[in-house]
Design a protein around this ligand. Structure first.
Ligand code: URA
Length: 282
């Protein structure tokens, strides 16, 4: 495809996301958002988007509402119990809504399982990846493959256990060919992630990799510019959260250099410091 054609497609997609309020810049194959596999770094520089969309205003995360049935919780009896039980109940309702609406069916996907998310429903820290892979699809749990093992090591290095945090993805089912989510797929699934965030009320959201980081921060910057700092985000209902982007564990595995490891650890330390948790020696 000619560079001009790519540029036109990128601008077209960026406009579409601009209209949606979802600024998920594109690179390369213009039909797909950037993959974690091509996250930026000096070790393996990230190709920058070929054309930048209009600047997006900071902060507001106004996702255009997909059909109301897809995102609105159905009226239900007010759950009672401990905060964790209530939150778990609300998460189960979101999963049920997701299952009924089946937003992933906007595109073909060879998935066998919905990988909704798991962990402490009242976690102070929430990790958001990109999409389930083959292992996650097989087991119905997020981050259980190689990248998942690395994520678990990162969590343990923070002095925490996997059960202490909540782990989810932008997409809830494995994309075709494990590809990076398309704008259409992300648009269809993002409202459920927003609802998960609203239930969990994390004090810190760690966006793992570029697609998650761009979706949550509403920025089109490279990971080099996004990572290591806090970005405010707001859900469509206006609730505000703080997002810290860092490299996807799969990227870290591919670029297992002292430099990349140091940067990821710096990012994780930011999270611990924000939450006033002890920072383990390394
Ligand atoms: N990569 C992700 O982004 N999410 C998973 O659940 C597994 C791998």
């Amino acid at each position: 495809m000619s560079p001009d054609r790519v540029r036109r497609l990128v601008a077209q997609d960026a406009r579409a996301w601009g209209q949606l309020g979802v600024a998920w810049g594109l690179r390369g194959d213009a039909s797909r958002v950037p993959a974690a596999s091509s996250a930026p770094e000096t070790v393996q520089p990230e190709p920058e988007p070929q054309a930048q969309p209009e600047p997006i205003p900071r902060n507001p995360m106004k996702l255009t509402q997909p059909p109301a049935a897809q995102i609105e919780a159905k009226p239900m009896p007010t759950p009672t119990g401990t905060p964790a039980e209530v939150a778990q109940h609300q998460l189960a309702q979101i999963l049920q809504d997701y299952t009924e609406a089946a937003p992933h069916l906007v595109t073909g996907t060879p998935h066998t399982t919905i990988v909704f998310g798991e962990g402490d429903p009242c976690a102070r820290i929430m990790f958001v990846g990109e999409a389930p892979g083959a292992d996650e699809d097989r087991l119905g749990r997020p981050f259980v493959g190689r990248a998942g093992q690395k994520l678990e090591q990162m969590i343990i290095a923070m002095g925490l256990q996997r059960e202490d945090v909540y782990i989810a993805n932008v997409l809830k089912v494995r994309p075709p060919n494990n590809a990076t989510p398309t704008l259409e797929e992300a648009q269809a699934c993002a409202p459920y992630l927003m609802r998960q965030i609203e239930v969990i009320q994390p004090e810190a959201i760690v966006a793992l990799g570029l697609p998650s980081a761009r979706l949550l921060t509403q920025q089109t910057l490279s990971m080099r510019d996004l990572r290591g700092r806090w970005w405010p985000m707001a859900t469509p209902s206006g609730q505000e959260f703080q997002v810290l982007p860092t490299y996807h564990p799969a990227y870290l595995l591919r670029n297992y250099t002292p430099e990349t490891r140091r940067k990821v650890w710096e990012d994780l330390k930011c999270v611990l410091e924000r939450l006033q948790l002890p920072v383990p020696d390394r």
